[in-house]
Design a protein around this ligand. Sequence first.
Ligand code: PAF
Length: 283
Amino acid sequence: MELIKTVAEMAALGHGWRAANKKVGIVPTMGYLHEGHLELAKTSVANNEITVMTIFVNPIQFGPNEDLDCYPRDLAGDLAKAESVGVDYVFAPQPADMYPKTYSCSIDITGVSETLCGQSRPGHFQGVCAVITKLFNLVQPTNAYFGQKDGQQLAVIKHLAADFNMPVKINGVPIVREADGLAKSSRNVYLDEECRKQALVLSQSLQVAKRLYDEGQRDASMIKAAVRAHIETAPLAEIEYVEIVDALTMQPVGKLEDEVMLALAVRFKTTRLIDNILLGGEA
Ligand code: PAF
């Protein structure tokens, strides 16, 4: 495995691969890798000739009061994990190389980015779209892999790639959970023992929703009320949103007809966790 540290080196490799018609998979991450990231990498390794994992804590997708400065980092540990699952290249650039003083573009994506996390994290998805556009231009991937855990991010990136005719297929990979159900996240390290215990209400509440759906309930407000009631059994849980949205447009629905995503964001003390489940559709 090779570590690429500069934008110039990454661009030279990526453009070479495109010219040689190589099948390249990209796994964009912000590092502090867990099994969810490794699942993305394994999927890429199994389906491409070359896999590039990017590790970059993207400053422009964090708001002024968010956790950019204390976001967990462990490049040495990440490199060992990436190598263990067969990643060929890790691209870990410096912020000043990605965003030199002359950098001035922003990608304004409407609709799909305006609900759910888009409401509480203004500018977040613009920052994600900008960095993903840059990474795709540098790596020139055939396939890109994103976790379903960040379901809205996945939908936003699918719109970005389609709207700008990017020659890359966007692949979603199912959520990886701890044995007790908590969705894997780099931010889980912030949870103290009590919060970690209470955070189980998130995955449990998704199962409450699934049970109601399987029993035939199609009224979004009934399902949301049951999910909220379950989350509220945890005294430390502060709900930011519980919403049921169309899986493609991320717009709220009243009735569950096509595939939908039940998404939630809940704060436990200072830690904000998200989780979701897809209901309906073909699966
Ligand atoms: O999901 C993440 O870790 C980030 O939002 C991403 C996609 C790597 C862009 O910085």
